[in-house]
Design a protein around this ligand. Structure first.
Ligand SMILES: *[C@@H]1O[C@H](CO)[C@@H](O)[C@H](O)[C@H]1NC(C)=O
Ligand SMILES: *[C@@H]1O[C@H](CO)[C@@H](O)[C@H](O)[C@H]1NC(C)=O
Ligand SMILES: *[C@@H]1O[C@H](CO)[C@@H](O)[C@H](O)[C@H]1NC(C)=O
Ligand SMILES: *[C@@H]1O[C@H](CO)[C@@H](O)[C@H](O)[C@H]1NC(C)=O
Length: 621
């Protein structure tokens, strides 16, 4: 029997079904396996800060926030005719990795997917001949971008910024952007760092999707596209202002010293290198991280930036090659910094969270951070500039060669080199970066006869003479670059005449550093532990696990730092990297736990031991 009531119910049910087909599942933060003090602060307006500190304009607008999302298994998007399914089935937070709780998706193993959102553009942004640019700070791994259904651009590479001029595609009123993402992590040999779909001990949950800020910017018809800025200890400020026309047009540069009056510096020509020399520059060092702001104008375009006066070089001190900062030897000491988060994976939950790690490192008296096979959002490097931390910047490695024994093909190697060049181009203006690190522990290079780093070292030097090159950190050293870098756990073998690995005997012609050591572990309280069973099962792979508790852990930390100090005194050790800033998944060896809630090291003891290292180094200078 069909009663009026059941007809009504049927009608209602149909309406509900229609409504749910038409509107995406709302965004909801999914509780990650472990959260941080910042998880609950992410909200739906994440990463609101201007994302490009070295080239800022007033007219910009963030496109971060709630987008829509849908997995698209097996889809192939190659041309302008591809269109997304509409509407996409659920909401997602951008920026995020879709594997993270913060994304609202928290799914593994998805290789093809769509993202979309609506946006508006302020009317003044398209007046006259003005242009609107859409910037993606990083999408892992390939992105195809459509605006109002039309193809506008494609990018390959999970770590580099790309931009598309969307002006011609805009309509008055509402606009739509869709991004098709393909991420072949583990399926193809690509720069992916520590990401893997099968996390285990020293390899972790991957990141897929739009994991850094998306934003819009309004520019005049002729505008500044980039700046090359270097400033040295002699007061030389070298600037090239690039414009979209490539013509030589007048530009004016104003320098804002940290205190005192701003100085209109010079009028130069765009696309031409110009040098200005300050007589008494205030130099940048980790203890005096002095920055000078810059305002640069070209026609009606105006941008702000900054620089610092510092010189990084190397040279013999009492016969031993040393890294030099402003012609003084500098001992490089700091942690291996992986930049993984239990709630955001590759995307720090907030800028404050990211800066927390750097402030912890500073508060323990260290002056260096090795950014390990990951490239961070630009605000990371800006924070290092501001706080005074020297950065050893690793290129994200390709998959480990030994997985299948094969070597990168010529095409894979060419793509690695292209992305390495982008890393250098995009970051070479950051004063805190002290060295480019090309290869880690044989991931992408190998023993004799397999030395791609030799040629790449020359190419990187040709692009950037303002810092050093660390060609190979650990294992297969073939003499390239400025450093001889040994890895050894737990004790350091830093510039010592012995080495446990025959592939890295001490080489007195280059600066000796210990690119990794330490790594001793202490299982945290369960509330601070990444609780996934596969990760917990690998805790026993820790180089040295202090099951007996904190007392032996602290004793060994002191012993390791004291041994390192002895090597500084006796041998050629010029720097060392301690593994690591924070725990990561099944690795429980951080200065702080993975959730950043419990500092593991004894802060006072650690500070004393670190200070003793610097004193030992300066006694040899
Ligand atoms: C944009 O807005 C239109 C109209 O409300 C809606 O149909 C469409 O699904 C929206 N697109 C996205 C990507 O949110
Ligand atoms: C400017 O020069 C670059 C590099 O040579 C070139 O790729 C680009 O097409 C030029 N742009 C214009 C507008 O001529
Ligand atoms: C430099 O610029 C930054 C960012 O806009 C600002 O916070 C800072 O106060 C400026 N410093 C000086 C000395 O102008
Ligand atoms: C570590 O633990 C796993 C799982 O509990 C076990 O299978 C393995 O044998 C252990 N390894 C070591 C080195 O103790």
């Amino acid at each position: 029997m069909t009663s009026p009531l059941s007809l009504l119910l049927l009608a209602l049910a149909t309406l509900v079904t229609l409504a749910s087909a038409a509107s995406p599942t709302p965004y909801r933060l999914l509780p990650p396996p472990l959260d941080t003090p910042w998880t609950s602060k992410v909200g739906t307006n994440p990463w609101p800060e201007h994302p490009r500190p070295l080239l800022r304009r007033e007219a910009w607008r963030s496109l971060n926030g709630i987008w829509t999302y849908q997995s698209a298994a097996g889809a192939a998007v190659t041309d302008a005719t591809s269109t997304p399914p509409l509407p996409l089935e659920r909401e997602v937070l951008v920026p995020s990795c879709i594997e993270s709780g913060i994304s609202g998706v928290m799914a593994m193993g998805i290789t093809h997917m769509w993202f979309g959102r609506n946006f508006t553009v302020p009317p003044g942004w398209v007046e006259g001949a003005r242009r609107v640019l859409m910037h993606f700070e990083a999408v892992d791994y390939e992105a195809t971008v459509f605006v109002n259904g039309a193809w506008v651009g494609f990018n390959r590479g999970g770590y580099a910024r790309f931009s598309v001029d969307v002006t011609e595609r805009l309509v008055s009123g509402g606009n739509e952007v869709h991004v098709f993402v393909f991420d072949p992590t583990d399926h193809m040999r690509i720069p992916q760092g520590k990401q893997t779909n099968r996390p285990s001990h020293i390899f972790y949950t991957p990141c897929t999707g739009i994991w850094q800020t998306v934003w819009l910017e309004s520019v005049p018809e002729t505008y500044i596209t980039g700046l090359d800025v270097t400033a040295d200890m002699h007061g030389n400020l070298d600037i090239t202002v690039h414009s979209n026309t490539n013509q030589s047009s007048p530009v004016s540069v104003t320098l804002h010293p940290p205190s005192g009056a701003s100085t209109p510096l010079l009028t130069a020509l765009s696309n031409n290198p110009t040098r200005h020399t300050l007589t008494t520059p205030r130099l940048w060092t980790p203890s005096t991280p002095t920055l000078y702001n810059l305002t640069i104008s070209l026609g009606s375009d105006q941008v702000t930036s900054y620089t610092a006066f510092r010189t990084i070089s190397q040279g013999p001190i009492h016969g031993i090659p040393r890294p030099l900062l402003n012609n003084e030897p500098v001992f490089l000491f700091g942690p291996l910094d992986q930049g993984f988060w239990p709630d955001g994976i590759y995307t720090p939950p907030t800028v404050d969270a990211m800066v927390y790690d750097l402030e912890l490192i500073k508060s323990l008296g260290m002056n260096t951070v090795r950014k390990h096979i990951k490239i961070e959002p630009d605000l990371f490097y800006a924070a290092c500039d501001r706080l005074g931390l020297l950065v050893l910047q690793d290129m994200p490695s390709m998959r480990r060669a030994w997985d299948d024994g094969s070597r990168p093909s010529a095409a894979e190697q060419a793509e690695f080199e292209r992305q390495l060049r982008l890393m250098v181009e995009e970051h070479r203006n950051y004063p805190s970066i002290a060295a480019w690190v090309l290869y880690n522990e044989g991931w992408g290079q190998g023993p004799a006869g397999d030395a791609p780093e030799v040629g790449l070292t020359d190419k990187v030097r040709a692009m950037d003479r303002s810092r050093l090159v660390l060609a190979v950190t650990g294992w297969n050293d073939h003499g390239a670059g400025d450093f001889h870098d040994n890895h050894h756990y737990a004790e350091a073998q830093c510039g010592t005449p012995w080495s446990s690995l025959p592939s890295t005997p001490y080489d007195g012609r280059r600066i000796a550093v210990q690119g990794e050591f330490g790594g001793i572990g202490l299982r945290p309280a369960d509330e601070n532990l990444w609780p996934l069973p596969d990760a917990v099962a690998t805790i026993n792979q820790t180089y040295e696990l202090h099951n007996a508790g904190p007392a032996s852990y602290h004793y060994r930390a002191h012993q390791l730092l004291s041994q390192l100090r002895e090597q500084v005194v006796r041998y050629a050790c010029s720097g060392a990297i301690y593994t690591q800033t924070s725990d990561v998944e099944g690795e429980v060896n951080g200065l702080v736990t993975y959730d950043r809630r419990a500092v593991r090291v004894d802060k006072e003891a650690w500070k004393k031991d670190v200070e003793a290292l610097y004193q030992a180094a300066s006694a040899r200078a």
